[in-house]
Design a protein around this ligand. Structure first.
Ligand SMILES: [Zn+2]
Length: 450
């Protein structure tokens, strides 16, 4: 496949914006990039896709999401509104995740992935919970991922909050799926696994030890950390240690582990995250919505912590998350110099690419260069001021919208062309989710009242 008439945003270091380019894709890789005239001459027999002068750039990557959250949209929480994050967990998320059947897990993955393809997100790192449908839940999501054609990293959130048996079932689901992905190389070309844990506050030391001792060597973990102060109070009461110290002591941290949020961490915890090479993900829209505070992203970056950007199950519109990160830190610190566009790009483009690449090491991700995975999007953006590699982050923050994404390609397969979805039937998928929603909400109400 030869993409012609393209303006490229390569996200190399340093980034390049190149005009009148063509991109040759063979199988799932970018094979050659160069001036259109010469590639068109050299590859006369290739199927052509005319980008019509649009920007062609690497697909966006979401470092932390929850597909299972799809049914929360528009759902009423009975009684007084939750007053803080612990109440949001107890009144919203826990009764909701307990309401999900495998059919609902499937429907929520479908609508979330559909949203990702439409809005140019090509790799997603999911964190799944469905305590009354644990066994096989990762297979259900994996099937949706494979049919849709996106790239994803999956895990199940182990927790003690529903009892020892369900904690064990969660561990088994992670182990089973890790093994399956490892054995099934065809499937695992676009699906990878990690080991999920809900959060320090819902896992005992013995559960943490069971996870570490049962996971294959080198497996990383994906866990919420210090999203609210309550995680610290719980950890101090349980172990006499702060959350990051506790996880470090129990062998959870490391260069394959993802820690979501890290808002209420102290300087020692930040240095432990940096020394261990642990990834941290920032989800500013979710943090604002939950009123949990703001993580010290700039300080963590200076300390050497690889901070990435996720959506926490909000829509898979990564540039909205860029914009929120850019704005939030300014108002929080009352300083318009904070979290500049370069910092946002460092987190959302470069660090997200490195994190995704660590799960798919066969070829680079998040970059347009020969040899990289052919995960790319076309963006129908017409700047009215000069767009350069230097000011691109500000064009993205102030000018780009996900509705400008017209074509989405993952691993050389076209998933959306000129806004027409080729692997998913939007009408059918949304109709199915909508049909199931009243039952999910009814079960949620019953769970809520228990
Ligand atoms: Zn989360």
């Amino acid at each position: 496949m030869l993409i012609t008439n393209a303006k490229l945003i390569t996200w190399e270091e340093p980034n390049q914006i190149l005009e009148d380019q063509a991109v040759l894709i063979q199988d799932d890789l970018i094979v050659e990039i160069g001036p259109e005239a010469s590639l068109v001459n050299d590859y006369t027999g290739e199927e052509r896709i005319d980008a019509r002068g649009q920007y062609v750039m690497p697909g966006n990557i979401c470092a932390h999401t929850h597909f299972y959250g799809a049914y929360a949209r528009g759902m009423a929480i009975p009684g007084p509104a939750p007053k803080d994050f612990p109440e949001i967990l107890q009144k919203l998320w826990w009764p909701l995740d307990r309401s999900l059947t495998l059919d609902d897990v499937c429907a929520s993955a479908e609508v979330m992935i559909l949203d990702a393809i439409k809005h140019g997100t090509t790799t997603l790192i999911d964190h799944h919970a469905s305590p009354n449908a644990i066994d096989g839940s990762l297979d259900v999501i994996s099937d949706v991922v494979q049919k849709s054609g996106v790239r994803a990293v999956l895990c199940y959130e182990v927790t003690d909050r529903d009892g020892v048996e369900k904690a064990r079932a969660g561990i088994q689901e992670n182990l089973r799926f890790l093994k399956k992905v490892d054995e099934d190389k065809k499937q695992s070309r676009k699906v990878r696994a990690t080991f999920g844990l809900h959060a320090s506050l819902t896992v005992s030391d013995s559960t943490l030890d069971d996870c570490v001792s049962s996971a294959p060597r080198g497996t990383g973990f994906h866990i919420h950390v210090a999203e609210h102060e309550v995680d610290q109070y719980d950890s101090l009461a349980k172990s006499g240690m702060r959350v990051v110290d506790r996880l470090h002591r129990r062998g959870i941290l490391g260069p394959n582990t993802i820690v979501a949020h890290a808002i209420h961490v102290d300087a020692r915890e930040v240095s432990l995250l940096a020394e261990s090479g642990t990834w941290v993900t920032h989800q500013p829209r979710s943090n604002m919505n939950n009123g949990v505070g703001v993580s010290e992203v700039e300080s963590m970056l200076r300390a050497g912590v690889p901070v990435c950007l996720g959506t926490d199950g909000f829509s898979h519109t990564m540039w909205e998350e860029w914009k929120t990160a850019y704005l939030l830190h300014k108002v929080w610190h009352r300083d318009p110099r904070r979290m500049n566009g370069i910092d946002v790009a460092a987190v959302a483009a470069y660090n997200n690419a490195s994190l995704a690449g660590s799960f798919f090491p066969e070829a680079p991700l998040g970059i347009l260069e020969p040899g990289a995975f052919a995960d790319l999007i076309f963006v129908d953006y017409h700047p009215h001021t000069p767009l350069t590699s230097g000011n691109l982050p500000w064009h993205i923050i102030f000018g780009f919208h996900e509705s400008m994404v017209t074509t989405t390609i993952v691993a050389g397969t076209i998933l959306m062309k000129d806004r027409i979805l080729l692997t998913m039937d939007e009408e059918e998928i949304t109709a199915r989710a909508l049909r199931q929603a009243p039952q999910v909400w009814e079960r949620y109400e019953r769970q809520f009242r228990q």
